[in-house]
Design a protein around this ligand. Sequence first.
Ligand code: GLV
Ligand code: MN
Ligand code: MN
Length: 391
Amino acid sequence: MWAELADVGRNPATGGYRRFAWTRADHDLREWFTAAAVSRGLDVTVDRCGNQWAWWGEPDTVPGVVTGSHLDSVPDGGAFDGPLGVVSAFAAVDALRDKGFMPARPLGVVNFCDEEGARFGIACAGSRLLTGALAPERALALSDVDGVTMAGALATAGRSTDIGRDEQALRRVATFVELHVEQGRGLVELDAPVAVASAIWPHGRYRAELPGQANHAGTTRLEDRVDPTLAYARLILAARRSAQTHGAVATCGKVRFAPNGVNAIPSLVTAWVDVRAPAGDDARAVIAELAALSEQAGGTFTEESLTGATTFDTELRRRLAAALGEPPVLATGAGHDAGILAAAGFPAGMLFVRNPTGVSHSPAEFAERDDCLAGVTALAAVLADLTRTPE
Ligand code: GLV
Ligand code: MN
Ligand code: MN
């Protein structure tokens, strides 16, 4: 499976992946998902929002146990963030079948679409739409860097724009367990291949618009300039300082200068800021400082998405830990569809697989083959435990 995915959406210049929602690469990944499911005799359904589900057993009998993750990526992302969870899900199904295991309730594998929000800006768009956490009108109007709206992208991909909360798809889910590559050094430091997740930090994405006055780079005296790059520089430094003060992290990873000419003072800087912290109050304190700074510069600071803290279901966590012989427990600053399902009231949990580089959202993201196999073994054990009885 890994070899089949290796070239899809790969940027040869960096070795990273560009697998954005509703693009050619995404289409190829979706076809791969369908083929992987069909070759295993699993029934494929697609919900209103485009999330793909592969079912072992009849999903409309009793609510099932679902595993999986996403196949899309950030710009020049790694191979593992998302795909490891989907590949491991199919591999766990294979492992259970090899042992002659028959689940007593439906077992689903899901590919949530547009998890990274790399194209339209909202992370976990597929699971947010599915659960009703993201309004369809808002999603459809989001646009990518080329001005293509989500509505337009869906139409080009041959999909309906009748997206939104899907009751039938949700009724099929009793429990969701997502396996994911670890995105930090937690398991390296603990010297363990697999952990159970305890929590996801609160997380917000903001867009600052800092206006300036376009003018000539050679003839405009420094004192006459209205240069928004200075406000942007102050924003970057404030993000770092404020994050340090409040025990948070803040990232200025994306920016657009208009008109983006080497010999012109920009008329506008549009800058995105990602803020996360173990505690919501700390994240909010950073956000408030950055909003005030943007407003002082005559600009705006707009929330694109805000996700509260996730504390994973205690009983499910206990059960996962027991099935795995009490592995380490980790919280994470990374966002996941499991957090969106948990916020929507579903018992959800996660397993993390060690990443020896500790690097993620980069081609350097990695997991050793043996650790991936340990992840599959762990996931298979958890799925066997959760599907052994019909309730
Ligand atoms: C997704 O991986 C995120 O945490 O931004
Ligand atoms: Mn990611
Ligand atoms: Mn991910």
